[in-house]
Design a protein around this ligand. Structure first.
Ligand code: FAD
Length: 434
């Protein structure tokens, strides 16, 4: 029998894939035209839930509750949805090879398929400490988080080590969110990161000090500055402590590591043009091969508003890029075109009762307002980033949906600022004008 052939194939079954599938259906899809290949055992879901609601001590989020597209207010797409729409969802199917010239792919099990159009949506994976040679980093009891199986393993470990000590290595948003989850589940949490403050890629020192103070108020110990140099294990090979380069040793029943992500580029490496650690695409997510599109974390796309090429590893872009690529594919079939992707970078995080949103670019000077006296939940404060007299980015903690929308609007409008002091004094009300 010959290889099965599909008009459209999506490799990767995460956020971008799920939203792309919905858009194919919306645009008109015949049964058998689309296949999705996913290494995961479950249909596409809203990945951010894994470091938030999945660990709630009460009423934890579980599938099918957070399949795409619920995260943006749409209907959820459980596995039956794909069957009803005539989409072949190949779960537990890792793709091991793509041949762009031959328009074919092969699964790890050795089965080959052909396609006319390929959308690559394999996303990222975590950086492991063992990759940088940290001794003991492969010990049992050390957890990373990207996919649902890893979340399940961490939930089980948390239950097994209830009331124990957890060390979180890394002060990015995954580390911050998981530290909160572990704390809410009764573990005694220590966070360790080498930078002078948390979330250094986004936060100013002033913003970070609020979150660090809040976490300490919840009983979390924060060790800033030291690097993790190794892990001590017990006789069974399970982690028992984290060793730091200042000589200290922190006891640990569980270790959770969040030290960054790396894009999964292996399948197209050397076959289409690469950029920024991912694949270069145009404003329609088309690569240097016109039959191959790349979306989500992997796409290095033209960010029109900043006249730059960027990769964005956040969920809002994953959703929108999946949708935009499909709209472009379907338009091209009718010799039509659509506007180029014009994206306003957006990222959010939630932990404990805290919730922040950020829009735009955090370049230039950070002008923080409302920070005085903000020391508990329900605080409202923010930061505008100002460069060359223009607003480039806007951050808001504790905003209502309307206020968050104002932040998006001001970051998009990039208005001129006459005086940073006046901006600080105006605070939220400055954004009300846009
Ligand atoms: P993914 O959603 O990662 O999907 C990739 C899929 O491809 C996976 O299912 C993977 O198993 C599969 N795959 C990989 N290789 C293969 C292969 N060879 N064959 C078949 N399948 C393969 N962003 C925010 O803005 N806010 C947040 O609060 C937030 N929280 C997050 C929490 C966690 C725990 C994680 C991991 C990420 C979070 N993000 C958040 C980032 C956001 O989820 C990602 O940017 C987004 O999921 C990227 O979408 P994607 O479709 O490109 O990749």
């Amino acid at each position: 029998m010959g290889e099965k052939s599909y008009k459209y194939v999506i490799v990767g079954g995460g956020v971008a894939a799920g939203y792309a599938a919905r858009e194919f259906v919306k645009q008109g899809l015949k049964a058998g035209e689309l296949a999705i290949f996913s290494a995961e055992k479950v249909a596409p879901y809203e990945r951010p839930a894994l470091s938030k609601g999945y660990f709630s001590p009460e009423g934890a989020a579980r599938l099918p509750g957070f399949h795409v597209c619920v995260g943006s207010g749409g209907d959820k797409q459980p596995p039956e949805w794909y069957t009803e729409k005539g989409i072949d969802l190949h779960l537990n199917t890792q793709v091991s090879m793509v041949d762009v010239q031959q328009k074919s792919l092969t699964s790890l099990a050795g089965v080959s398929y052909r396609f006319s159009i390929l959308i690559l949506a394999t996303g990222s994976t975590f950086t492991k400490l063992s990759e940088s040679g940290v001794p003991g980093a492969d010990a049992r009891g050390i957890y990373y988080l990207r996919v649902i199986d890893e979340a399940d393993a961490l939930v089980a470990a948390m239950k097994a080590k209830k009331d124990g000590a957890a060390v979180v290595v890394g002060g990015g948003y995954i580390g911050m969110e998981l530290a909160a989850c572990l704390c809410l589940n009764g573990l005694k949490v220590t966070m360790v990161y080498p930078k002078p403050f948390c979330m250094p890629r986004l936060f100013t020192a002033d913003l970070a000090s609020f979150y660090e103070g809040y976490y300490e108020g919840k009983g979390i110990t924060i060790l800033k500055g030291p690097k993790t140099t190794g892990f001590e294990t017990d006789a069974t090979g399970h982690v028992k402590a984290v060793k730091l380069d200042d000589g200290s040793v922190v006891p640990a029943d569980i270790v959770v590591v969040g030290v960054g992500a790396k894009p999964l580029v292996g399948l197209l490496h050397g076959q289409v043009v690469e950029d920024k650690g991912g694949f270069k695409v145009d404003g329609f997510f088309r690569t240097s091969d016109p039959h191959v599109y790349v979306v989500g974390d992997l796409a290095a796309f033209p960010l029109k508003m900043f006249c730059d090429i960027r990769r964005v590893e956040h969920v809002d872009h994953a959703r929108k890029s999946g949708i935009h690529a499909v709209q472009a594919i379907k338009a091209a079939e009718e010799w039509k075109t659509i506007p180029e992707y014009d994206y306003l970078p957006y990222f959010y995080s939630r932990a404990f009762e805290l919730s922040w949103q950020f829009y735009g670019d955090n370049v230039g000077e950070g002008i923080t307002w409302g920070r005085e006296g903000a020391c508990a939940a329900k605080s409202k404060f923010g930061t505008y980033w100002v460069k060359d007299g223009k607003i480039m980015g806007a951050f808001l903690e504790g905003g209502t949906p309307e206020e968050n929308k104002m932040m998006a609007n001001v970051a998009k409008a990039q208005p001129c600022v006459c005086s940073n002091d006046e901006l600080r004094a105006a605070g939220l009300s400055f954004a009300a004008n846009f």
